[in-house]
Design a protein around this ligand. Structure first.
Ligand SMILES: [Fe+2]
Length: 462
C-alpha cells in the first residue's frame, strides 16, 4: 500500500479479518447497570485499493464492531457488511473500481453502508447517505440486505435519521435523489413499527452535500450549505463537491404535521455543518445547536485549490423565528472548543436538552484525543484527555437506567492506543468525566477510525 495516503495509515488503515471474542479483559469495573450492545460502523476496505493514491477514506466497505456488555462482562464481534459491491469484489478476489463515482459495469450500485448503525422497529440498519439502508441481524451481524420498507421508499437515505423519543417515529431525508449531484431531495417518516408514513420530494436551491439535518418535535430543518455538487464540473475534471461560499446558505423549514407543502426557506451567510447536536422549540422559535465550520475541511474550492480558513467546527446555536417577517436568523457561538461528532442523551432528541458531548482536540493539529461533556444550562464543560498520541472516537451516551435524569449515565468511546497499535473501549461516568474511565475493555487489535455508533439496551435487542 501507498504509505503516503493518510486514509491507509495509522488507525485509518483497515484490518483484514473478522473475529469473535467471547470474553474481553476489563480494567476497572463495568457498571452493573450497563447492559446492551454498542454498535459502531466505519470504512474498512476489503482489499487494498488498486491505486492507493486515489483512495478516499469515505469509500471503504462498511465494517461493524459490536461490543455486548452483560453483568460486567463483554463479548466482541466484527463483520463486514455484505453489500452487493462487497460480494462482487469477494467473488473477483480484488477491488472493482475506485469507489468514487458510479461503479463499473456489472458491479451493483449498493453503496458501502459504512457511516452509521442504529436500531429502529426491530431492524438493525447500517446507513450511508448515498443508498438505501442495509439491514443486519442484530446478534450475528449477518447481512440481510437492502431495506426499502416494502418498496415504499427509494434512493439515497441519510446516515443521520432522527428518532422521536415520544412517538418512536423515524424522520429521514435523502439528497441527490433521482440522479447523481442533482438538487432533488426526499423527505420521509417511518412510524414506530417501521411503516412508511410519508415520502415526498422537493427541490433544493442547489445540489449540496447534506450530511445531517435537524428535527424538533414539530419541525424539520434542512441545511443547504454551499458545499456544492456539480456533475458538469465533475465531467470537466473538476471536483464533484466543492466549496462555493459566494452562494450563501439556505435553511429549509418544514412543519412535521404538514410536510413539504409547508416548506419555506431561511437564508444564511456561508458556513458548513456536518453534524447537528440537537434541535428544539423555544415558544414560537426553533433552536438548533450545530457544529459549524467557516469552511468545510477535506474539500476544495471549485477550481481545485484549498480555501484558507479555520477548518475547525465549533458549537453554534441557530435560532429561527418563523413569525419575525424575515428570512434571516440568528447565530451565536456557545463554546470556543473545536470539536466534532456531537451527541446527546437521545431521550431528549427534538426536545430542549441540557447536556451534550463531542470529541475535541487538545492541540489544534493533534489527534481527536479529548471527550468534552457539556452542561449547556450551566455553561460548564468537563474534559477528559487521553494519554498523548492516543485518539478517541464519537462518544455515545447511555443512561444509567430507563428513568435516569437527563445526562445521568455513561459515555462510551473507542480509544486507539497509538504506542500499542490496538484499541480499547472506555466507559466514562458523566458524574465526573474528568476522572477518566471507570472501565477499560481491552482489545488485542485495532478498531480503525470510523464514524458513528449507537447503544441498544439489552431489553430492546430483538
Ligand atoms: Fe456523520
Amino acid at each position: 500500500m501507498d504509505s503516503t495516503n493518510r486514509a491507509l495509515t495509522g488507525n485509518f488503515a483497515p484490518i483484514s479479518f473478522e473475529a469473535d471474542a467471547p470474553h474481553l479483559p476489563v480494567l476497572g469495573e463495568l457498571p452493573r447497570g450497563l447492559n446492551g450492545t454498542l454498535y459502531r460502523n466505519g470504512p474498512n476496505p476489503q482489499f487494498p485499493p488498486a491505486d492507493p493514491a486515489q483512495h478516499h477514506w469515505f469509500v471503504g466497505d462498511g465494517m461493524v464492531h459490536a461490543f455486548t456488555i452483560a453483568d460486567g462482562r463483554v463479548s466482541y464481534r466484527n463483520r463486514w457488511i455484505r453489500t452487493g459491491k462487497f460480494l462482487a469484489e469477494a467473488e473477483a478476489g480484488r477491488p472493482l473500481g475506485t469507489g468514487l463515482g458510479p461503479p463499473p459495469e456489472g458491479v451493483p450500485d449498493s453503496g458501502v453502508a459504512n457511516t452509521n448503525i442504529l436500531l429502529h422497529s426491530g431492524r438493525l440498519l447500517a446507513l450511508e447517505e448515498g443508498h438505501l439502508p442495509i439491514e443486519l441481524d442484530p446478534r450475528s451481524l449477518a447481512t440481510r440486505g437492502a431495506q426499502d420498507f416494502g418498496g415504499a421508499i427509494e434512493g439515497p437515505f441519510t446516515a443521520h435519521p432522527k428518532i422521536d423519543p415520544i412517538t418512536g417515529e423515524l424522520v429521514f431525508f435523502g439528497y441527490s435523489s433521482g440522479g447523481p449531484l442533482v438538487p432533488r431531495m426526499t423527505y420521509g417518516t417511518l412510524d414506530r413499527a417501521g411503516r412508511v408514513t410519508r415520502f415526498e420530494a422537493f427541490e433544493a436551491p442547489y445540489c449540496s452535500m447534506v450530511h445531517d439535518f435537524a428535527v424538533t418535535d414539530r419541525h424539520v430543518l434542512f441545511p443547504i450549505l454551499p458545499l456544492t455538487g456539480s456533475l458538469p464540473r465533475a465531467m470537466n475534471g473538476g471536483p464533484p463537491f466543492a466549496w462555493e461560499p459566494e452562494l450563501g446558505g439556505h435553511i429549509g423549514l418544514v412543519r412535521r404535521s404538514e410536510g413539504i407543502a409547508s416548506l419555506r426557506w431561511f437564508r444564511a451567510e456561508s458556513c458548513y455543518v456536518f453534524h447537528v447536536l440537537n434541535a428544539w422549540e423555544d415558544g414560537d422559535k426553533i433552536v438548533a445547536d450545530v457544529m459549524q465550520y467557516d469552511a468545510p475541511p477535506l474539500f476544495p474550492l471549485a477550481d481545485g485549490t484549498m480555501p484558507e480558513a479555520d477548518r475547525s467546527a465549533r458549537l453554534v446555536r441557530w435560532t429561527l423565528d418563523p413569525n419575525a417577517g424575515t428570512d434571516a436568523f440568528s447565530r451565536a457561538q456557545l463554546d470556543d472548543l473545536p470539536g466534532e461528532f456531537p451527541r446527546l442523551d437521545e431521550r431528549r432528541a427534538g426536545l430542549k436538552n441540557r447536556f451534550g458531548t463531542f470529541v475535541a482536540r487538545s492541540e489544534p493539529e493533534g489527534s481527536p484525543d479529548t471527550i468534552a461533556w457539556f452542561d449547556l444550562a450551566a455553561g460548564r464543560r468537563t474534559l477528559y484527555t487521553l494519554p498523548a498520541g492516543d485518539a478517541a472516537s464519537e462518544p455515545v451516551f447511555v443512561p444509567r437506567g430507563p428513568d435516569a435524569a437527563e445526562g445521568d449515565g455513561w459515555l462510551l468511546t473507542m480509544a486507539w492506543r497509538a504506542a500499542e497499535n490496538r484499541s480499547d473501549l472506555i466507559v466514562l461516568d458523566t458524574d465526573g468525566v474528568d476522572r477518566g474511565p471507570v472501565a477499560t475493555v481491552q482489545l488485542a487489535h485495532r478498531v480503525p477510525f470510523g464514524f458513528h455508533g449507537n447503544f441498544v439496551a439489552a431489553e430492546n435487542l430483538p
